[in-house]
Write a new protein. Structure first.
Length: 235
């Protein structure tokens, strides 16, 4: 990808020390996707970058370079967003880990970028955690091409709200006998397709479904933040 020197909206997903005074920052940008850049001197006490490179704060950044590791040339705080706190802060770290694990570098997703900002705002406003997380998870899955078809089953038959389904990797949803005691109602799949989950049981079933789909695409390697939230019974 070509060198970029213009300012661009971004979020800091992760940072690691680099040499004595610098950081390598993983940024989620709106037009270039996820990029890595060296923030030279960012660890110095008087660095202008030190107070700006914070997670969950809207930024405008610029960089140079054509290689995988760019050089950050500027970063400014855009303002206007309170940081999540308490359990919501753990959920915000969970969103970052999802993006770090599933989003390829330099793969732009403007809709996902906007959804991330909206999710952080909801977490900061103490909105329902499970609803916020499910909405973002499904946006992520759709944007990166991992979301199963919620309109039709594996046989290309429209999802029936009165039936029960099971999800099979690589196939989609297959009709399941409701008497088997597991599976997900078609009504919940229809609600997910429309971006709404109106009942507590629906949100619970959607949680188990997203866990299964994400675990499959993460090759079964658990997310560290998810385990913390599961232990706290928040996710």
């Amino acid at each position: 990808m070509a060198t970029s020197s213009r300012e661009e909206p971004a979020w800091l997903l992760h940072s690691t020390p680099y040499r004595e005074t610098s950081l390598v920052v993983d940024l989620f940008t709106r037009e270039h996707g996820r990029i890595a850049a060296v923030a030279k001197g960012a660890k110095r006490p008087r660095s202008s970058l030190r107070a700006v490179l914070l997670q969950f704060q809207p930024l405008r950044v610029s960089w140079t370079g054509r290689r995988e590791l760019r050089t950050l040339t500027g970063a400014e705080w855009s303002g206007g967003l309170d940081a999540p706190r308490g359990d919501a802060l753990l959920c915000a770290f969970y969103l970052n880990e999802l993006l770090m694990r599933l989003l390829a570098r330099e793969d732009p997703h403007p809709l996902l970028f906007d959804a991330y900002g909206e999710a952080l705002a909801q977490l900061a406003s103490e909105a329902a955690l499970d609803d916020t997380l499910r909405r973002f998870e499904w946006t992520l899955l759709r944007e990166i091409g991992y979301a199963p078809d919620l309109e039709r089953d594996a046989a290309r038959v429209p999802i029936d709200a009165r039936r029960t389904y099971a999800w099979r990797p690589g196939e989609g949803f297959v009709v399941r006998d409701a008497a088997a005691g597991d599976g997900i109602p078609g009504s919940v799949l229809r609600d997910l397709a429309e971006g709404r989950l109106t009942t507590a049981s629906g949100r619970q079933q959607a949680k188990y479904l997203t866990r299964a789909i994400l675990s499959h695409h993460l090759d079964g390697v658990p997310l560290s933040t998810r385990q913390i939230l599961v232990d706290l019974q928040k996710l």
